[in-house]
Every structure is written in C-alpha cells, then in structure tokens.
Design a protein around this ligand. Structure first.
Ligand SMILES: N[C@@H](CCC(=O)N[C@@H](CS)C(=O)NCC(=O)O)C(=O)O
Length: 371
C-alpha cells in the first residue's frame, strides 16, 4: 500500500498535496511530471493534462487514480489513520472549507500575477526542467515555450491585466498583513494543527508566492510570519501533532480573512452560479460543463482599490462551494444557528439560503452535472 504523487516543485497545487501528505505522515514517492509521464500515466489515467495526480496502490490491479487536490486529501483522510485536517466543530469546519476555497481559487490570482509579472524566467526554467530533465538547459527552455505561453496567457482569464494589477497587489498585501498578524498568535489558522484551510492557502503561498524568488523576497520582507508558516506547513517537522482551538473558537484574524472572502470572491461566485444556471437552461442535454462559460465583469481588489475588469466565468470553484453548502445543509438546530451567525458576521449571509442551479460532480475528472 503506497502513494505516488505526480507533480512538480513549480506547481501550485502539488505543493498543497505534498505539505498535506507530509503532515499526515503518509509514505509516498514523488514522481516528476515530465512530458513522458504525462504521456504514459497522466493522459491515460485522467484523460487530460493536469497535475497533481496521486496513485494509491491499494492492492487493486491499477490502484486508485486521484486528481484534484481536494479529492486526494479527502481520499487519504478516509484511508489513513491519525488526526484529521477537518475540524469537527461547526464554525471551524465551515470556516476551514471556505478558506480552502479562498486559497485554491482566489489567492491563485496574485499567485499567477506575481509569477508571470516578476518571476517569468525562473518559472520558464522550472517548467523546462520539469518537462525534459534529460535535455541541456537551452533545449529545456525552448521546449517549455508552449507551456509558458499557456500558463502565462491564462492570467487574463483570472482577471489579471494592466487595469487590475494595482488592485491585485493591494489586496494581496492586505491579505498578507492580516494573516501575518494572525500568525503572531497562532501556528496555523485554527490553532496548533493545520487544517484543510491551511492547505488551501499553501498552494499559492508556498509553491508560487514564496518559492518564486521575487515574490518570495517580498513575502519574507513584509510578512515574515507567513513565509515561516508556508515553510512549516510545506515541510512539517512534527507530523500528526497539534490541536484545533477549544470551544470552536474562530480567532479574530480568521474572521478578517473570511471577510475578505465574502467581500472579494463571493460576489464572483454568485455571478458564476447565475451564468451556470443560464448555461444549464441553454444546454439541457449537456452533462460535461465547459471549463469556461464566457466572460463577465468582475470586481477585483478591496476597498478603494477595487476595479471592475473582464474575467472568465470559471464554474469549477462552484464545485468547491457545493462542499460548503452541503455542510450547511447537513446542520440542524443549534449547529445551524451558529453557522448562520458566522456567515452573517462575515458578510456572507447570501450563503444561508443559497442553492446551486443543479448538483455538480467530477466523474472521470471533469466537472459535470451530477446525474
Ligand atoms: N483544482 C485542481 C487544480 C489543478 C491545476 O490547475 N493544476 C495545474 C498545475 S498547478 C495544471 O496542471 N493546470 C493545467 C490546466 O489547467 O489545464 C486541483 O486542486 O487539483
């Protein structure tokens, strides 16, 4: 019984899983996602080019193939013993799910912006070394042109463009200030044990924003505790240790981070949900949902720095939002009241009665209507 993590040092979401597996103290080997590995393993097993992929050799003939960091983590949580990264109290659990979504799908905006604005050559070399480790440096570089064009070009879809860059940097620095202040009092988001929310933050904050040299220097200078947290979370010295805070406490720094989610990401998610509803009506027989449903105007930034800009309508984050609404739906009585109170206090009361237009699933690793 063993795990193989297929990914790369340069990959945002690989960093999330690597840190988690280490904390969980699960033995795994990491395989670099070279061109050959994409061809031989990823495409046949997953059907499209994406990392990370985890293969769990569980005794079955082909093992279990897992893609999507959230599904990987949930699988390991079920399969392996030891403390969970999901708090079992209502407010912390709900907050952790929301912050995983905020990390994975909103902090990816500064992560992609800083990489391609300030760390382009570094990232280009890293892509080259990942794809073709056997080639000389110049040939690695030349062969990586296509991937660099794809990933650097994708930032427009995230709403990164000359009009929004100042707002993105302002919001990122405000995020760092809040998280850094929180870390003066706590090791992780909810105490001395990392949660699924911490691992959601880890992808963008470690694999891009700390590891890429220019943005790493910025983080170490203006938010040294966040840099320290990212290193601790990515390379835990004490696996399986720590506890969530007693009495379901939500520290004030976490409340402030949740407010950033509600003010910045939630309106975009709500707009995306109504675009998905329109798509569903226009395509009643389609099961697989396109990765992009078109473009919309989205507000990016915070407070006075906000700009309205063009952004792709990306339905995938709604699948992560569904985890939040599913959790809410399962609550009753006092628990439900506490969850609603938390949502109201952060400005996310819209979520209280929110329902997606239809259920989402990921059969064959592709976002689809649940059938
Ligand atoms: N939500 C996915 C995101 C995975 C992802 O975007 N991975 C990047 C590399 S870090 C990738 O391979 N992207 C290819 C693509 O989006 O076409 C997860 O959690 O695994």
């Amino acid at each position: 019984m063993s795990y193989t993590l297929i990914g790369a040092p340069v990959s945002l979401y690989t960093g999330k899983v690597r840190g988690y597996l280490r904390w969980k103290n699960v033995p795994f080997r990491e395989e670099m996602a070279t061109r050959e590995v994409y061809k031989r393993t990823i495409l046949p097993r997953v059907g499209w080019s994406v990392i990370p992929v985890v293969i769990h050799e569980d005794g079955s003939e082909d093992g279990v193939t897992l893609q999507d960091t959230t599904e990987i983590i949930d699988h390991v949580e079920q399969a392996e013993p030891g403390p969970s990264v999901y708090p079992d109290t209502v407010r912390q659990h709900l907050a952790a799910l929301i912050l995983e979504l905020f990390g994975d799908e909103w902090l990816v905006i500064p992560a992609m912006h800083y990489r391609w604005a300030y760390n382009r050559d570094f990232a280009h070399r890293e892509f080259g070394a990942m794809q073709n480790p056997h080639l000389p440096a110049q040939e690695q570089w030349d062969a990586a042109e296509k991937a660099v064009a794809f990933f650097s070009g994708s930032i427009r879809g995230l709403g990164v463009n000359p009009d929004s860059v100042a707002a993105i940097e302002d919001a990122y620095e405000a995020f760092l200030a809040v998280f850094d202040a929180h870390l003066a009092e706590h090791d992780f988001l909810f105490g001395s044990r990392p949660s699924i929310g911490d691992f959601g933050f880890l992808g963008p904050l470690y694999a891009h924003l700390l590891r890429d040299p220019e943005s790493g220097a910025l983080m170490r200078r203006i938010a040294p505790r966040v840099a320290d947290w990212a290193e601790r979370c990515h390379a835990p010295q004490h696996a399986l240790t720590g506890d969530f805070l007693p009495d379901d406490e939500i520290p004030s720094g976490v409340t402030a981070l949740l407010r950033q989610f509600a003010a910045q990401q939630l309106p975009v998610l709500m707009d995306t949900a109504s675009a998905l509803e329109d798509w569903g009506k226009a395509n009643p027989d389609e099961v697989e949902i396109p990765r992009i449903l078109g473009f919309h105007k989205a507000k990016i930034g915070r407070g006075a720095s906000v700009v309205e800009t063009d952004r792709a309508i990306i339905p995938y984050p709604l699948w992560m939002l569904q985890r939040v609404t599913d959790y809410l739906c399962g609550l009753t009585g006092e628990d439900r009241a506490e969850a609603e109170e938390l949502l109201r206090s952060i400005g996310a009361q819209q979520l209280i009665d929110f329902q997606l237009p239809f259920r989402l699933a990921r059969p064959h690793f592709k976002l689809s209507r649940a059938g």
